[in-house]
Ligand binder design. Structure first.
Ligand code: GAR
Length: 216
């Protein structure tokens, strides 16, 4: 049994959570998904996790008097589960500075843009409005400022002139499902470390590839 335990925090659909759960099924993937935690009992991802026999827990933010109390309840559950890494996967609550500090360098997030561009919400609409031809997604360590923190992995995708927010989101999501398991593996194997504002990654070869859109 893999000993590097992670928790995944969700609020909704849970497709990135599912990608991590699937990755962890492989013999050579060095991670055990020890807990899926949701702030909403109607999060669809909970069903997927239960079907995969992953322990789940719901902590409703509305039951608490303020963000700090909610975050403290989460910390208690996460610490009890013995997790070494917490993966935010569509977890739609801002986290308190105390929580970010308690789990500093053990807390990562996935965001559907090439950070530091397009932080925040409605990212796909805003990329189309801006007319950028390349979009993407980012896995990064979490810092108290929203969508900030040392970058682990990014993937770039082309944007079509007739894309809608939905078609673009689907193209990016496909890559999210590839880079989140990669980022978690790099951390679990001890190959990625935050150093200052950046992440050092050991032993990798720079790919000899490039995305040009429209193509040459
Ligand atoms: C994903 O696209 C993720 O990048 C985004 O929410 C979606 C969750 O989907 N997260 C953010 O925008 C965080 N700022 P999922 O529940 O199917 O994984």
């Amino acid at each position: 049994m893999a000993s590097f335990k992670i928790a995944i925090l969700i609020s909704g659909r849970g497709s990135n959570m599912a990608a991590l759960i699937n990755a962890a099924k492989a013999e050579d993937y060095p991670v055990e998904v020890a807990l899926v935690l949701s702030n909403r009992e109607d999060a669809q991802g909970l069903e997927i996790a239960r079907a995969a026999n992953i322990p789940t827990q719901v902590i409703k933010h509305g039951d608490f008097d303020g963000r700090e109390a909610f975050d403290a309840a989460m910390t208690e559950v996460l610490a009890a589960a013995g997790v070494r890494l917490i993966c935010l996967a569509g977890f739609m609550r801002l986290l308190s500075p105390e929580f970010c500090q308690r789990w500093r360098d053990s807390l990562i997030n996935i965001h559907p843009s090439l950070l530091p561009s397009f932080k925040g919400l409605n990212v796909h609409e805003r990329m189309l409005e801006a007319g950028v031809r390349i979009g993407g997604c980012t896995v990064h360590y979490v810092r108290p400022e929203m969508d900030e923190g040392p970058i682990l992995v990014q993937a770039a995708v082309p944007i079509a002139s007739d894309d809608t927010p939905d078609t673009l989101a689907a193209r990016i999501l496909k890559q999210e499902h590839r880079i989140y398991p990669l980022a978690v593996r790099l951390i679990a194997e001890g190959r990625a470390r935050p150093t200052g504002g950046m992440v050092t990654i050991d032993n990798f070869e720079l790919p000899d590839s490039c995305l040009i859109n429209p193509p040459l």
